[in-house]
Ligand binder design. Structure first.
Ligand SMILES: [Zn+2]
Length: 636
């Protein structure tokens, strides 16, 4: 979720260079042309437009961006094309845990090693005599055999070479095991030793259930009490959510996800039937993690222990929010363990999620709470307060209404947060709440919020401002069309077949269209369920598309279908006119140069372009006055 990988890959890929490695290209005006790699031809009708970074074949009609070109010429899927072009451009893809494993043999190897180790640890815990200390802990903590098995718990022996010997017997290269975070290299002399010793092992899995690392809890007094796998090519704890593989269905069913802080908390919750509970791993919640769970439900409850909840409300709201105000994704580097208040507001706005906070009773973690009285857990979760309520209450809790200076301080802390709330109605609501709480006129609070706006506007880094003005984030014609089709797939079913995919330049829109057309995906599925099944990059794009429709008033199905039909026409018209301009310029150039052969070929292409356009976008019937905006430019 962290960044727009597709956009970055496209920006950093030189489409001329890419296409040029397959097709001999010749410069013609502002564009380049060559023989089409997708159909047989003798005169070139395949054109690449460097300014708009796309290609079109006037002969066979194929078109698209650099990624589409690569997918079609190499016959690979979207993910593999993205992966390869990212590699060539030197871009590290942010969301690697969900990369299809077959695209990266090395990562696959690391995952397999972790899975092999998980089998070993689990076997030690349940079957070996030496695993008795682990079994004692499991029993003492009241873990049922079912959850032990579900979560794949294991035990690392109190010796230096338990796993090492096992891996050696399987012919595993120890240097790879070091990279996978399972073995460590001896400081002195040659050799390796087990990284995890005398610890209860919690395999950490991706959403798809692949084991990429471990959390390990010391049995004795060893420090640290919890030891994680080190950061590796497959393990990045800030982008993993513990228990998500097992919690997905329950989160969807409950339409709520509860995020706790520890492995044991998650396991206890699942054991007692509260399977919509997941955990972060000893770090502040990150935007990536919120993005992952938000796919399943936008109702997010953070269950914080008393310390972290207290910190959340007392820290200055913007202190831990570096330059994040331009709306770009910035990993939230919070020095405290709880998330920064400003970050939460930003997630709510950007990811359109609702974040609520529940402050756990003093000194109790969910594990203890649930085991002592399982029936009480739903009550605890019910007490979750919307984040801004929680924050305002926290800041104003001990405030004396006679203390003018303290009131002023409180407003200064809260105003920057209110300023960041995207929804004006919500902002007005909380401005009112705060005013009543402090017994001040609402206008005073409002003016503080406005002043906060001014301050942040001035604080925005001028570089990022110029960057965003260079690339306006305007929803394009095709984005709008695909957004409508995604939002109203069922209603727009008749339209889906009418969209000529070669007119969609953004590879993600093509991929989404392909999914939406897929009859195997039930038409009654809501957009979030469709999005949940998508590749991460596509899911991010799809969510942006849906967000772009937010705020449009509800409409009758007939209107929606008509709007979508119009969007198809506008898209075709736009593309047609763009290609027409290109051809006309080329024709003029050929006329001036007196190049009869080229001229004839271009005129043929013009005829083909017209024919193809008419095929998808028939001209309005003269007998039926409708409101379609398409009109074919006439050419002599
Ligand atoms: Zn072609």
């Amino acid at each position: 979720m962290a960044q727009d990988n597709v956009r970055e890959v496209r920006d950093r890929t030189d489409i001329i260079e890419l296409v040029g490695s397959y097709v001999a290209l010749k410069k013609a005006g502002r564009s380049y042309k060559g023989l089409c790699p997708f159909h047989q031809e003798k005169t070139p009708s395949f054109v690449v437009f460097p300014d708009s970074q796309n290609f079109h074949c006037f002969g066979c009609g194929k078109g698209g961006d650099a990624l589409t070109f690569y997918m079609q010429v190499e016959h690979v899927e979207f993910r593999e094309a993205l992966q390869e072009l990212a590699r060539r451009a030197g871009i590290e893809l942010a969301s690697f845990p969900t990369i299809a494993p077959e695209v990266d043999a090395h990562r696959q190897r690391l995952i397999e090693l972790n899975e092999l180790a998980a089998v070993y640890f689990a076997n030690v815990l349940s079957n070996s005599e030496a695993g008795a200390p682990g079994r004692t802990v499991v029993e003492r903590r009241g873990l049922s055999p079912e959850v032990v098995q579900q979560f794949g718990l294991g035990f690392a022996l109190e010796r230096w070479d338990g796993l090492h010997i096992y891996l050696a017997s399987r012919g595993v290269d120890p240097t790879v095991a070091v990279e996978a975070g399972l073995l460590s290299e001896r400081n002195e002399g040659a050799g390796y030793y087990d990284r995890f010793r005398n610890r209860l092992m919690f395999p950490i899995r991706t959403r798809e259930g692949r084991t990429v690392g471990f959390g390990a809890r010391a049995l004795g007094d060893d420090q640290p009490k919890y030891l994680n796998s080190p950061q590796s090519a497959v393990f990045d704890k800030s982008s993993l959510v513990y228990g998500l593989d097992l919690a997905q269905a329950a989160i969807r069913a409950a339409d709520r996800v509860v995020i706790v802080e520890g492995y044991m908390d998650v396991i206890a919750a699942h054991q007692f039937g509260y399977a919509n509970v997941v955990a972060t791993m000893g770090t502040a919640v990150t935007e990536t993690q919120i993005g992952l769970v938000k796919r399943l439900s936008k109702h997010i409850v953070l269950a914080l222990d008393a310390d972290n909840a207290g910190q959340l409300a007392t820290l200055r709201s913007l202190e831990t929010l570096p330059a994040a105000l331009d709306g770009e994704a910035v990993p939230v580097a919070a020095p405290q363990r709880g998330p920064a208040a400003g970050a939460i507001i930003r997630w709510e706005r950007k990811l359109s999620a609702d974040v609520a906070i529940v402050r756990l009773p003093d000194g109790k973690d969910p594990d203890e709470l649930i085991r002592r009285d399982p029936a009480r857990w739903p009550e605890v979760v019910e007490q979750a307060r919307p984040f801004l309520d929680f924050f305002i209450e926290g800041v104003t809790a001990d405030l004396s209404l006679d203390d003018a200076r303290a009131k002023s301080e409180a407003i200064k802390r809260i105003a920057p947060l209110l300023q960041q709330v995207g929804d004006r109605v919500v902002q007005a609501h909380y401005t009112g709440v705060l005013a009543r709480r402090l017994q001040l006129p609402e206008t005073v609070v409002q003016s503080e919020v406005r002043r906060a706006t001014l301050r942040t506007a001035m604080a925005v880094d001028p570089r990022s401002r110029s960057a965003s003005s260079r690339a306006p984030r305007q929803a394009s014609q095709e984005d709008h069309l695909v957004a409508l089709l995604l939002r109203h797939r069922e209603i727009c079913r008749p339209i889906l077949g009418l969209v000529p995919e070669d007119d969609l330049i953004d590879v993600r829109n093509r991929e989404l269209l392909r999914v939406l057309r897929d009859e195997a995906i039930p038409f009654e599925l809501e957009p979030p369920a469709i999005i949940a099944g998508l590749d991460d990059e596509l899911a991010d794009h799809a969510e942006r598309l849906l967000a772009s429709l937010a705020g449009t008033p509800a409409q009758y199905p007939g209107h929606i279908e008509r709007d979508a039909a119009r969007a198809v026409e506008r898209l075709g018209k736009e593309r047609f006119e763009f290609l027409m301009r290109q051809l006309q310029a080329a024709i003029e150039a050929a006329q001036q140069a007196g190049d009869a052969a080229t001229l004839q070929s271009l005129i043929d292409q013009l005829a083909l372009l017209h024919a193809r356009h008419r095929q998808f976008y028939p001209p309005p019937s003269p007998y039926f006055r409708d409101s379609r905006s398409t009109s074919l430019p006439t050419t002599g």
